[in-house]
Each structure stands twice: as C-alpha cells, then as structure tokens.
Design a binder for this molecule. Structure first.
Ligand SMILES: C[S@@+](CC[C@H](N)C(=O)[O-])C[C@H]1O[C@@H](n2cnc3c(N)ncnc32)[C@H](O)[C@@H]1O
Length: 264
C-alpha cells in the first residue's frame, strides 16, 4: 500500500497511463465542508475543479473510475453539480456508464419542511470501453427463482428455438448499492476521524466487482483510508492520496488496525 500527501492532480500527473485497475473515491462536495484547507468551491467552479481531476483518473486507470458525489441544497434549490459534472464529462468524450446509486440506510435528517430525505448519492462511473476485468456478480445473491429450463424464442418462420443461454449462478446485484451508515456501521471507528467517510461496504462492492485480485486500486481523496483498508482485506494493492498530512497518518493507522485484525 502506498499513501501519498498532496493535491491528487499533481500526484496523478506523475503516474503512467493505465497504471491502475480501478479508481474509487469521493471528493469534497462543494463547500459542504472546508476540510481544514479552506475548501469552498461551489457550482460550476466546483465542477471545473472536479472534471480536471476526474479526467486525470481516466488517464491513469485502465478500468472503472468511480466517484461518489453529491451537490448541495440551499434555499429549496439543489445545485445539480453531480449531473452538471456528468454532462461536462460526457461532452469531453468520457465514456460514462449509467451511474449506480449509493443508498445510505440510517442517515439522519427529515428532508426539511417540504421535501424528501436524501437517501442516495450518485456514483459517477466511466470506462474506456468494455471493462478489462469485471466480476459483476461478485456481490450477487443466489437467484430467487430457479432457471426453469433453457429459454426459447420464435425464429422468423415461427418455430420455437432454444437458446444456449446459461443462467448465472448468482443474480446480478443491480445498480443500487445499499449500505448501513452511521456510528459503528462504516467498517471502522477510525472512519469517523474524517469529516465525510463512505462505508467500507460501498468500497468493497466496487473493489470486488471491478478490480482483479492482486490488482491496484487508487483513491485520490483517501481520507480515513476506507478504500485502502478494503483493498488490503480483499487481496488488492492500493494507492491513496490526500492533501492533508492528518489523513495520510489516519490511513496508515487504519491499515495498521487492519493488519492486527488479520493477524488474529
Ligand atoms: C469526502 S473526504 C474522503 C473520505 C474517504 N472516502 C473516507 O472514507 O474516509 C475527501 C477528502 O479529500 C481530501 N482532499 C481535498 N482536496 C484534495 C486534493 N486536491 N487532493 C487530494 N485530497 C484532497 C480531504 O482532505 C478529505 O480527506
């Protein structure tokens, strides 16, 4: 595992094209939190900042790039920055995949006086084409109903023909990734030393589904080291970057905690 301190844009510039297998991260969400570095970009300024860094992730990654993102709601108006970002990436030629949803079970909040509680965040995903490695049922469950024999369809003259379709052993988990969040449910207590960690279960979903065993996962905004902890637990290698020394130290502590647990 490698953990580096600095602006991820500058550090990624020193990395080779296609040198990692997967990117999983969540950047600061506009000016929701300053992260002790005075981070306060919002609206299109935030989108431009994020797109520049996302494009660098695309360059260094041979597989899937996943950014968990959210905008802000002020005075009954959502900033829409996740969709503005997707529109700019699309126009820049990035091959977006339909964004999966990070569904957070157990979040606090009521939705305000007239609106709905914010249960999900977009995961902006892209690839350079067909993924070089994917195990899209890694997090699938056994199929609810038996296969019921080979499916058939009618050919042009109306006769029934059986297809060679082999039903999967596990059902595809779909694109809503449901995770319990909040105290005690993020995978480690150390996660809460970052202002906005995501759940280990979310990182685990993408790592197991889209990074080959022994491959390299990059998290350019590694915070408390959630992605790297998952990489270590699942037999992958990780590169983490954070602009703050405190978070690089935290990631090292998280990895050490992992090593202790695995030694037992
Ligand atoms: C939402 S947090 C990431 C949390 C992380 N996913 C976790 O589970 O702990 C965003 C992180 O990005 C870092 N950050 C902000 N600007 C950065 C930059 N330009 N380069 C690298 N890291 C940055 C912040 O210090 C913060 O720790």
């Amino acid at each position: 595992m490698e953990v580096l301190v600095g602006d991820c844009l500058e550090i990624m510039k020193s990395m080779e094209d296609d040198s990692v297998d997967l990117v999983v991260c969540s950047p600061p969400y506009e000016d929701a939190r300053t992260y002790g570095i005075g981070f306060n970009l919002k609206g299109q300024d935030w989108v431009d900042w994020a797109v520049e860094r996302y494009m660098e992730c695309v360059r260094v990654c041979k597989g899937l790039v996943c950014w968990v993102v959210e905008g802000k709601t002020r005075k009954f108006r959502w900033s829409a920055t996740p969709v503005l970002m997707m529109a700019d990436l699309h126009r820049a030629g990035v091959k977006l995949r339909k964004p999966p949803v990070y569904k957070r079970n157990g979040i606090s909040g009521s939705g305000g006086p007239d609106w709905l509680r914010n249960d999900y965040e977009f995961v902006i995903c892209s690839s350079k084409g067909k993924l070089p490695w994917s195990d899209n049922t890694a997090k699938g469950k056994p199929c609810k109903y038996g296969p019921g024999g080979k499916p058939s369809s009618r050919n042009r003259i109306g006769n029934r023909v059986r297809s060679d379709y082999e039903p999967p052993k596990l059902a595809n988990p779909g694109n809503v990734i449901s995770c319990s969040v909040g105290g005690g449910r993020m995978g480690s207590r150390l996660a809460h030393e970052n202002e906005a960690p995501f759940a280990e279960k979310l990182a685990d979903f993408f790592v197991c589904s889209f990074c080959p065993p022994g491959g390299v996962v990059l998290d350019p905004f590694c915070g408390s080291g959630t992605t790297l902890a998952v990489a270590a637990k699942t037999g992958r290698n990780g590169i983490g970057i954070d602009v703050r020394d405190s978070q690089v130290d935290l990631t090292h502590r998280r990895l050490a905690e992992n090593a202790v647990v695995q030694d037992r």
